[in-house]
Design a protein. Structure first.
Length: 274
């Protein structure tokens, strides 16, 4: 077993029980006395090892104009510079080659418990953050037909390492994307010690299936900072229905009636004052 390998996820992964536009995750916690284990809950710390490779701070989900956007604030070893721009890709930790995890969505009315394999089917859509296997970075896939998911144990195939082996981390199999989007990475200007160093953004066209997955404007989201199942953020985001179905601007008739109502109210106020 490799204690120095920073690939364990904490028992303190984020789970939000109520509606919010942002999921938050413990950030910059102490890494001492983490009590690592190869069995659940795997660690008493939020992140094992080097936080600048794995620490998640928060995630948001919005949709407007037929496009859905997920942003994740985090420290990540997967960020590199390509053609003078930040990008995502493989990274190494103690000789182990890792990928950032994919983003998954589930019905907020169902229970998703990564330690219970019977709930895995509740993950219904996924976005690949990097191109891997048959999946293209930025594309949205329905987890059905030939598209499935894999856990950290399957991705790494090494049960002697410290990581959340039963955490779902990547899309698996093959299939046609439901829609195609784009992934971008930006620096926050932070050094990654008191706040996240990067923001990953992925934007995809909203599909009917993804829209139907929402309930009362809420949607469940799951993301692991690496395919070893290190830091994890999971919970229900919302409300998003206002952003999905924009309220139309008032038409001319509405504006005229509103103006008349205000004018009448003003006259009545002046009469009472006189």
């Amino acid at each position: 077993m490799r204690f120095g390998l920073a690939i364990a996820v904490a028992a303190l992964w984020s789970a939000v029980c109520c509606s919010a536009n942002t999921l938050t995750d413990p950030f910059g916690q102490s890494q001492s006395n983490c009590n690592p284990s190869t069995q659940a809950p795997y660690s008493t710390c939020d992140v094992m090892g080097y936080e600048l490779l794995y620490d998640i701070q928060g995630a948001t989900f919005t949709s407007s104009g037929g496009m859905a956007t997920v942003t994740i604030s985090l420290d990540s070893g997967a960020v590199y510079t390509s053609n003078h721009q930040l990008a995502l890709g493989e990274f190494s930790d103690s000789g182990l080659i890792l990928l950032p995890g994919d983003i998954f969505f589930y019905d907020p009315n169902t229970v998703y418990d990564p330690s219970d394999p019977s709930t895995i089917q509740n993950l219904q859509y996924g976005i690949a953050l990097t191109s891997h296997g048959s999946f293209t970075a930025g594309d949205l896939y329905s987890i059905s037909g030939g598209v499935s998911t894999e856990t950290a144990q399957t991705a790494l195939n090494d049960s002697d390492l410290y990581y959340r082996l039963d955490e779902t981390v990547l899309l698996a199999g093959s299939g046609t994307p439901a829609s195609s989007g784009a992934v971008s990475v930006a620096s926050t200007g932070s050094d990654g010690t008191t706040s996240a160093e990067y923001v990953i953004s992925v934007t995809v066209p909203v599909t009917t299936g993804l829209l139907n997955l929402e309930s009362n404007g809420q949607i469940g989201l799951l993301f692991s900072s690496a395919d070893c199942g290190n830091d994890v953020i999971q919970g229900v985001l919302g409300p998003t229905s206002v952003a999905i179905q924009d309220t139309p601007e008032p038409g001319p008739a509405t504006l005229v009636l509103t103006g008349l109502a205000l004018l009448t109210a003003g006259r009545q106020w002046r009469k009472r004052k006189a």
